[in-house]
Design a protein around this ligand. Structure first.
Ligand code: ADP
Ligand code: MG
Length: 262
């Protein structure tokens, strides 16, 4: 398997999309939000996805999560086609294997940070004392042990997002899906959040797909992919291009990474 779709060879493949397509119907005709994407993500891999607004990044994450089904192609997780799972199996899959971090945090307003983090465990049948203990540990892991009893409105944006990261990690998922997690944060706070997401999931054995506008992610991600009009490409790296011209194999350069806004 080779770029742009290949997972790192050293680790087993965790997630594999094969020619996945997702259309939305609109008055102006079908929107090809994800237009034939093949990509695999290895265990513990950190894959960053850049790309302009409307290019299909969120739709791709929803396909990866099994929250949307592809019209064509397949989404496999640990070798199983998600389309073959029953509703109950799909729910269990999402609760045990996946963790989500969204731009808008999506915390429950009336619950404390600890309760927000514990909720997913309780839904899985973990007993209350254990869920609470693990929630407090997870909050400690993101530097929020002093805020466990606060409701979201009493937390800063960065603290809310760190709570959301603790919530995503507490169930020991295999895959973290983060959709523009720094989009609502100032740049300094966003840097902290991005750093947590590039370090914590991997240290807990999880792979991460991170959608972000921050091109600096290229320094820490295992791979940076770019979404354009529903298609995924690997931006050509500077070193690769230099190498190619040195070899005198001046092929057409690939798409360049852009600090594309929204
Ligand atoms: P991104 O996350 O990169 O901004 P999205 O995946 O949200 O892109 O959207 C990709 C395209 O699909 C856009 O043109 C968007 O308007 C369209 N789209 C997204 N969700 C829906 C929906 N539920 N119904 C119709 N069109 C949608
Ligand atoms: Mg989006």
């Amino acid at each position: 398997m080779h770029a742009p779709t290949g997972a790192r060879m050293a680790e087993p493949t965790l997630l594999e999309l094969t020619r996945a397509r997702k259309y939305y119907s609109s008055p102006g005709g079908a929107i090809h939000a994800v237009d034939g994407v093949s990509v695999s993500v290895a265990e513990r891999e950190l894959v960053a996805i850049l790309g302009p607004s409307g290019s299909g990044k969120t739709t791709l994450l929803l396909l990866a999560a099994g929250l949307l089904a592809p019209e064509e192609g397949s989404v496999r997780f640990q070798g199983s086609d998600l389309a073959t799972l029953s509703k109950r199996e799909m729910l269990a899959h999402r609760r045990t294997k996946l963790g989500f971090v969204f731009q808008g945090f999506n915390l429950v307003a009336g619950l404390t940070a600890a309760e927000n983090v514990a909720m997913g465990l309780l839904l899985r049948g973990v007993d209350h004392p254990t869920a609470r203990r693990r929630a407090l540990e997870a909050l400690d892991g993101v530097g929020l042990s002093g805020r466990a009893g606060h409701i979201p409105s009493r937390l800063s944006g960065g603290e809310q997002q760190r709570t959301a990261i603790a919530r995503a990690l507490v169930g020991e998922p295999k895959l973290i899906l983060a959709d523009e997690p720094t989009g609502n944060l100032d740049s300094e706070t966003g840097d902290d959040v991005l750093e947590l997401l590039t370090v914590l999931p991997r240290s807990r054995g999880a792979a991460t797909i991170l959608v972000t506008h921050d091109t600096r992610i290229a320094q820490t991600a295992d791979r940076v992919l770019e979404m354009r009009d529903g298609r995924l490409t690997e931006p050509a790296r500077e070193e690769d291009r230099e190498l190619e011209s040195e070899r005198g194999q001046a092929r057409e350069p690939g798409p360049t990474p852009q600090a594309s806004g929204r």
